[in-house]
Design a protein around this ligand. Structure first.
Ligand code: AMP
Length: 432
């Protein structure tokens, strides 16, 4: 029976890897520039971590968690699931290791796979990869940090070569402002909800903000008819948002304020943002993020080791989506294989010599290879050298009289000349 990769997952093949590595390198360089350090957390966590942070009413928690079960009969494990996102694990680690005790502001980033049991479609996978950043600490409760972290996300995309994307921002205000916002929405929609679908009614009851993201046409019409604005913001909430926008202006980051942008997760307060890209179709979000000041305390289980106010803000960018955008914009990084030297074995009896010669090149730091097909025609071996992007081939052979012959061929010019058996690595190095 043929087994394929599970639906909604994909293999990243050698021909595609340069694009991934290039994106990752770009992100890592920018993270360093902005003072972020990498944090690696497990790919599975206790399910309760996500239930408590994202909220039980969110689709991710309700329908998309991929559970992990042990086969051990005696397993007393808590329920585990593959991580659907990176923020909650980072906060868990921040609390668990008391990072806040040592640092006024922790700037952390991660790169890795996330898992959601979604219905797969273009740009929507069950295993996908995110590049994310979280700034947490007493020093993280500052509007200029909101502006800085959005600039970081935008600059990663720009440096990666993506164009035509848009940063949309909004503010939910403080936790209290957010509650007022939800109440205002419920009041406004009370008389209209009866005409909407059951899903919409359910969302109205369970998490009214989700209606703002609804794809249901009738619901969209109702939502578009609302005059949302920023009326839910208290004076201090509005002032905070004003300072965030001033920060973005100062950094020269273009943005659009979108009153309908709320993000459905429970933990967001104040700034929320999303970056979308034209030309990606229905799944056009390249990344998103927001402020979540209350989450640190909420996940600390009352064990406050550091009683000061802790602020937090972060974002996650979808790597597959960024690569799709680069491809659509004709800017995808192509994989170029490269090898310094490929050793062609001219006769099967010379296989051991070929093997040893390749090793002697590698010991000198020269990227060398052979194809372990000593009996294959020399022509085929040259084709393999080409496929591997070899700059030179060294041909190990015997002349008609049975004497050893050694030559080197420059694969770009096709010029072939004899090679002396003394210090072959040195001779190759001089040519590279
Ligand atoms: P979210 O945590 O849902 O806001 O996701 C942040 C970013 O991750 C999105 O903007 C997408 O770029 C990417 N993303 C989220 N879910 C998926 C998925 N199922 N497949 C591929 N990319 C995803």
């Amino acid at each position: 029976m043929k087994i394929s990769s599970p639906r909604g997952t994909s293999d990243i093949l050698p021909d595609q890897i340069a694009a991934w590595q290039s994106l990752e390198t770009t992100a890592r360089t920018l993270f360093r520039t902005y003072g972020y350090s990498e944090l690696r957390t497990p790919v599975f966590e206790e399910t309760g971590l996500f239930k408590r942070s994202l909220g039980e009413t969110t689709e991710v928690v309700n329908k998309q968690l991929l559970e992990v079960k042990s086969q051990r009969a005696d397993a007393q494990d808590a329920g585990f699931c593959l991580r659907p996102e990176g923020t909650a694990p980072v906060v868990r680690a921040y609390n668990q290791h008391g990072l806040g005790r040592e640092e006024f502001l922790s700037k952390l980033f991660y790169v890795g796979p996330m898992f959601r049991g979604e219905r797969p479609q273009k740009g929507r996978l069950r295993q996908f990869h995110q590049i994310g950043a979280e700034a947490i600490g007493r020093g993280a409760d500052h509007p200029l940090l909101d502006a800085e972290i959005m600039a970081l996300a935008v600059n990663i995309l720009k440096s990666a070569g993506v164009s035509d994307f848009k940063l949309k921002i909004n503010s939910l205000g403080s936790a209290e402002d957010k509650q007022n916002f939800a109440q205002w929405l419920r009041d406004e929609l009370k008389d209209k909800i009866g005409h909407l679908s059951d899903t919409c009614k359910d969302q109205y009851e369970r998490n009214v903000f989700r209606l703002l993201d609804s794809k249901d046409a009738a619901c969209r019409e109702v939502i578009n008819g609302l005059d949302i604005g920023t009326r839910h913001l208290s004076a201090s909430g509005a002032a905070y948002f004003q300072r965030v926008r001033e920060g973005l202006d100062r950094l020269g980051i273009a943005y659009e304020v979108s009153a309908q942008l709320v993000r459905g997760l429970d933990y967001y307060t104040h700034t929320v943002f999303e970056i979308s890209c034209a030309g990606l179709g229905a799944q056009d979000a390249l990344g998103a993020g927001g402020r979540y000041n209350g989450l640190i305390e909420q996940l600390d289980g009352g064990d406050r080791r550091f009683p000061q106010t802790i602020g937090a803000i972060g974002f996650a960018l979808g790597m597959e989506r960024i690569l799709l955008a680069l491809e659509a914009q004709g800017r995808a990084v192509q994989t170029k294989r490269s090898l310094d030297v490929f050793v062609v074995c001219g006769k099967a009896v010379l296989e051991r010599e070929t093997f040893a010669l390749v090793d002697s090149f590698r010991r000198e730091g020269i990227a060398a290879d052979m194809d372990f097909g000593g009996e294959r025609p020399v022509k085929k071996q040259f084709e393999q050298a080409d496929r591997l992007g070899a700059r030179f081939t060294v041909i190990l052979g015997e002349d008609d009289a049975g004497a050893a012959s050694l030559s080197v061929k420059d694969m770009a010019t096709g010029i072939q000349r004899p090679l002396s058996p003394e210090n072959m690595a040195g001779q190759i190095k001089n040519m590279l």
